[in-house]
Design a protein around this ligand. Structure first.
Ligand code: GAL
Length: 480
């Protein structure tokens, strides 16, 4: 979790941007919700390439005190420093790349106190086309980072090329699975390629730059289970707060990225953050899905593309019409996350049976879980009030903000890690109980157009008490 400058600033990077953003991350309580990495993306280098010793150098007008001083500033604030390079002769913005310079560049990153490297794939000199060719190209940097002795996370940014989801976990901590996200919920665009439904591009030759939230969800669906603790599918940086989507669309985007265990990098200018965006990305009940110790992604158990076929009446920017999804997954304490996504043009009533929700434990209703009653918790129920969010954003000092957050008793994961809060049943992580699904029954909810309902199902024992912090697998066996 963290922040990356690319979505909102592109090449307009500087020391001031990183340090002022990092101050804001801390004072808004975002660091203490887990947003720790501050990532400097492309365009940080000087224009004329490497210095006379072959070393990468930052552009002095952007970084007058060098990069070590940035990492020092971030570390002093309890944050971590992420940086960017490309496994090519140039970065995507045509600065010097690290291909065939991996050892000296890894040493530079380590000497600057870098904690994470986002490693792009532009200008790869043709070293692409089979999984092994790509694997070897990226492995060279992975090995070079290891050799520095510094713990540096590696994020591969090869946009899903060469089946990175099948080998990324061997050498990296996360890997992008699509072309670049853009600030649109369902709008298709020819600049986003590699459609999983189009067999003409099985090798993902043109990943592109205009990928909608819905496109990325459809792309990850078949490989969602490839995310494992320590190696994650990266759905790209968040667009929340950028202005191109509605509040409900941003809530859906954020919750799905969390439940799919994507790295969560804020992509907006958090120094000028709308209150609505702040109150989306600071929701601890949603973040607890992302940080659940079980560490497995939700998967999709249902996709319906016929929910609303009235395409004639749908404006162009609402393509993706008719599509609804149900995503679900097991959580460490035996709860079950369920997300109803309505990407159709109209509000809809959606439903899903317990038999379908628990398919992973046995198809056709054979999972023992189906024989229990489940309490339904709405994880958006305790979203921060907009006037509280506005007051925090408007507060003049970090002290005032801290006082307001404490008054709200807002979650602080630095003090209480999510794993502890979940184990102890901290109510701030469980939303609000809004109903019950009886054994063998069906979960139903009305879902607005372009929105998601996000639930945590909690098993109810025979005496009517919800189970707290107990594994369903053990619990079920005990009772059978
Ligand atoms: C793209 C990458 C973006 C951003 C950009 C910088 O390849 O997917 O996230 O890093 O390069 O030029």
């Amino acid at each position: 979790m963290g922040w990356n400058n690319w979505n909102s600033f592109g090449c307009d990077v500087s020391e001031n941007l990183l340090l002022s953003t990092s101050e804001q991350l801390v004072s808004l309580g975002l660091r203490d919700l887990g947003y720790q990495y501050v990532v400097l993306d492309d365009c940080w280098q000087q224009e004329n390439g490497r210095d006379q010793n072959g070393k990468l150098q930052p552009e002095p007008s952007k970084f007058p005190n060098g990069l070590k001083s940035i990492s020092g500033g971030l570390h002093d604030r309890g944050l971590k420093f992420g940086m960017y390079s490309s496994a090519g002769e140039m970065t995507c913005a045509r600065y010097a790349g690290s291909l065939d310079h991996e050892i000296e560049d890894a040493e530079s990153f380590a000497s600057w106190g870098v904690d994470m490297l986002k490693y792009d794939s532009c200008y790869h000199m043709g070293r692409i086309g089979t999984p092994l060719i790509s694997f070897n190209r990226f492995k060279t940097m992975s090995d070079a980072l290891q050799a520095t002795g510094r713990n540096i996370l590696l994020n591969l940014c090869s946009w899903g090329e060469d089946f990175v989801h099948t080998w990324g976990m061997s050498i990296a901590n996360s890997w992008r699975i699509s072309g670049d996200i853009y600030d649109a919920f369902t709008r298709p665009d020819d600049l986003c390629g590699c459609d999983p439904n189009v067999l003409s591009d099985p090798y993902c030759i043109a990943p592109g730059t205009h990928c909608s939230v819905l496109f990325i969800l459809n792309r990850v669906a078949a490989i969602a289970d490839r995310s494992i603790p320590g190696g994650w599918n990266d759905l790209d940086m968040l667009e929340v707060g950028q202005g191109g989507m509605t509040d409900e669309e941003y809530k859906a985007h954020f919750a799905l990225w969390a439940a799919l265990k994507s790295p969560l990098f804020l992509g907006n200018d958090i120094r000028a953050m709308p209150a609505a965006a702040y109150s989306i990305v600071n929701n601890p009940a949603i973040l607890a899905l992302s940080q659940d110790p079980h560490g497995r992604s939700v998967t999709r158990v249902r996709r319906d593309t016929n929910a609303n076929k009235d395409t004639d009446t749908i404006p162009l920017d609402e393509w993706g019409v008719g599509e609804t999804h149900v995503w679900t997954g097991h959580l460490q304490n035996g709860d079950q996350a369920v997300i109803f996504l309505n990407a159709a043009g109209d509000d809809l009533n959606m439903s899903c049976s317990l038999a379908e929700i628990f398919t992973a434990f046995g198809p056709g209703g054979s999972a023992p879980h189906v024989r229990f009653d489940w309490a339904v918790h709405d994880l958006w129920a305790h979203r921060m009030d907009i006037d509280v969010a506005e007051a925090i954003l408007a507060a003049g000092t970090a002290e005032e903000r801290g006082a307001l957050l404490r008054k709200e008793n807002w979650y602080n994961a630095t003090e209480t890690p999510y794993a502890d809060g979940l184990r102890d049943g901290d109510p701030r992580l469980f939303g609000e109980k809004v109903g019950v699904v009886e054994a063998g029954g069906v979960l139903r909810a009305s879902v607005q157009r372009h929105a998601a309902k996000v639930f945590r199902l909690r098993r109810i024992a025979k005496d009517g008490q919800e189970f707290k912090g107990k594994s369903i697998d053990r619990g079920v066996k005990d009772e059978l």
